[in-house]
Design a protein around this ligand. Structure first.
Ligand code: C2E
Ligand code: CA
Ligand code: CA
Length: 557
């Protein structure tokens, strides 16, 4: 019952509020009051009422009239208050609607306009080549190296970088330009200028403004920008087409290594079609198993026997022959298919290794960003158990990378693989980015010396460098594999300098699974290095057999 009363009350209140909203009804009430007043005056109604109430004093008609007047006055006051409330509510609603319209046209993070505003503006330009005699250009800006910022420092820092980029764009492009965030790390500026040269110089200015370091408290972040420019009305007229042509030009800037601005030209369209056909065939190659591991032997320099094989991806292309990874690996990475490639190479490598003596291991290359994937190590161990392959026979080769540092996911993957018995080698040591912090933070099982250092062997400085690295590796109990060994004398020198293992054309080029199976059981392929120590020691001018030296200074500390 109480609930029914409450509901009736709510309905009554609602309809009362609704009614108050109705201006026509208020007018009718007002007019009715005026008519009653006029009719009352005409017929002398007030005097009559006065007399009548006097004559019937006991009916208390004057008190009743007073009550009616009081009710009428308080209703008027309520009416007035309600009208004020309604006005206030209307103002709030209008402000909210304005804000909603604003949000629908702006990017909430950077405050820049969004895609809708851009498309409306491009539509209204209608593909006109110029405003007056001016040239309009659309700059499509994609940040370089933004993903690692998010991966390494988290999305909070990533967002602050985007806000800073937006501020730099506002400060760089001429007033009156449209600046839009398309989404993610993609921005667009639509700029009017006198000449095409002016547009080019603006492109360079934007690249340099966005490449400056960004300081965010404790973090210093450096991104860059790749820019594609479409001349509106020249390269394209329709909004979607303008964006597409700018995108193609931007892609060219990226393909050239980023940090550049490119104007669209028709050839680029052709390149893009060719690239997309290439990517389709690559996808097919991966699914049809045309990408296979070739195996390069790694030799134990003490015994001159095969210690392991490194699996190196090759595309056995039906028309173009056997292709090296440099021609397809970057595309695979860009297409997000690195995981599939690793899985396929790992499975095929395990199969091939079943044909080798049990002490011969297989090493597989893994990109550092794969270590960021929390499921990577579990997936890898699953594959090993499906292939019935002992984890102790697998070595993962991992290049040095800033991505590994500060990454909890990488550390967890590392520990899980180690615990299962998989060994992990630090690949390409001494090439480009070299940070000893990875050596300190991760317990690698091997260190692979990059070919660029190995090629320096034979001259005094190169020898000293390798000598110092082998000294370090002994202190860390980390066997060293020298890569890219092409000559017998280099092999001897590296042995003397303390390298434990070696790999290179001198011992064997990467070969298919069948050849690797034969190689694995063949006799030692080089003469024992100890046959020539004196000659090599003299030519190298180093201490004899540094591998026998004890790193006493370090041990004693
Ligand atoms: P990497 O891991 O440093 O492999 C060694 C590269 O040096 C191989 O090139 C090998 O063929 C080449 N090489 C070996 N000995 C010599 C030599 O004596 N002289 C010279 N000049 N080169 C030698 P490749 O096979 O072209 O591979 C290039 C890179 O591609 C590899 O460098 C590795 O980083 C990457 N890669 C290859 N296969 C895979 C794969 O399955 N997955 C991933 N993520 N990366 C792979
Ligand atoms: Ca490698
Ligand atoms: Ca390497």
């Amino acid at each position: 019952m109480a609930e029914m009363c409450r509901s009736l009350y709510r309905r009554f209140r609602g309809s009362f509020r609704q009614r108050l909203l109705n201006g026509w009804e208020a007018l009718v009430v007002f007019l009715a009051a005026v008519v009653i007043f006029l009719v009352g005056s005409e017929f002398d109604a007030f005097d009559r009422f006065y007399r009548y109430s006097r004559e019937h004093e006991d009916w208390e008609l004057d008190e009743l009239a007073l009550l009616v007047i009081l009710v009428a006055v308080s209703s008027l006051i309520l009416l007035f208050r309600r009208a004020r409330e309604l006005k206030h509510e209307m103002e709030l609603r209008e402000a909210a609607e304005r804000r909603e319209r604003e949000l629908a046209r702006h990017d909430t993070l950077t405050g820049l306009s969004n895609r809708r505003v851009l498309m409306d503006a491009l539509q209204s330009l209608g593909g006109k080549p110029s405003r007056g005699a001016r040239q309009m250009g659309l700059f499509l800006i994609d940040l370089d190296r933004f993903k690692p910022v998010n991966d390494l420092h988290g999305h909070g820092v990533g967002d602050r970088v985007l806000v800073e980029i937006a501020d730099r764009l506002r400060a760089t492009v001429p007033a009156g330009s449209i600046i839009t965030r398309l989404g993610g790390d993609e921005f667009v500026c639509v700029v009017s200028s006198e000449t095409e040269d002016e547009l080019s110089s603006l492109g360079r200015k934007i690249v340099s403004a966005l490449s400056r370091s960004i300081h965010l408290g404790a973090h210093e972040v450096k991104v860059g920008a790749s820019i594609g420019v479409s001349r509106i009305g020249v390269d394209a007229c329709e909004p979607e087409e303008i964006l597409r042509t700018a995108d193609i030009a931007m892609y060219e800037a990226k393909a050239d290594g980023g940090g550049a601005c490119r104007f669209f030209c028709a050839d680029m369209d052709e390149n893009l079609r060719a690239r997309s056909a290439f990517e389709d065939s690559l996808r097919l190659a991966l699914s049809e198993g045309q990408i296979v591991p070739y195996f390069q032997p790694v030799i134990d320099l003490r015994s001159n026997r095969v210690a392991s094989f490194e699996a190196l991806a090759r595309w056995e292309h039906p028309e173009r022959g056997t292709l090296a990874p440099a021609s397809f690996l970057p595309h695979i990475e860009e297409m997000g298919l690195l995981g599939l490639l690793t899985e396929s190479i790992l499975r095929k490598s395990c199969e091939a290794a079943q044909e080798w003596p049990e002490h011969v291991a297989v090493s597989v290359n893994v990109a550092p960003q794969q270590f960021q994937d929390p499921w990577f190590s579990t997936g890898l161990l699953d594959i090993l158990s499906q292939q019935n392959f002992p984890p102790q026979r697998l070595i993962i080769e991992l290049v040095e990378s800033a991505v590994l540092e500060n990454s909890e996911a990488a550390r967890a993957a590392f520990d899980q693989l180690h615990a299962a018995g998989v060994r992990i080698a630090l690949d390409d040591f001494g090439k480009g980015y070299s940070s000893l912090s990875n050596l300190r933070s991760f317990a690698f099982d091997y260190m692979k010396l990059d070919a660029s250092l190995v090629n320096g062997v034979g001259n005094a400085q190169g020898n000293r460098l390798i000598d110092a690295i082998t000294y370090l590796s002994q202190a860390l109990n980390l066997p060293i594999t020298a890569e890219g060994v092409e000559t017998h004398s280099n092999a001897l020198a590296l042995r003397l300098l303390g390298c434990d293992l070696a790999q290179g054309y001198h011992f064997g080029k990467p070969m298919d699974a069948l050849a690797a199976a034969q190689f694995a059981v063949s006799k030692p392929i080089v003469r024992r290095t100890t046959e020539y120590p004196k000659v090599v020691e003299r030519s190298l001018n180093v201490e004899p057999l540094p591998c026998a030296r004890q790193p006493s200074g370090i041990e004693g500390s």
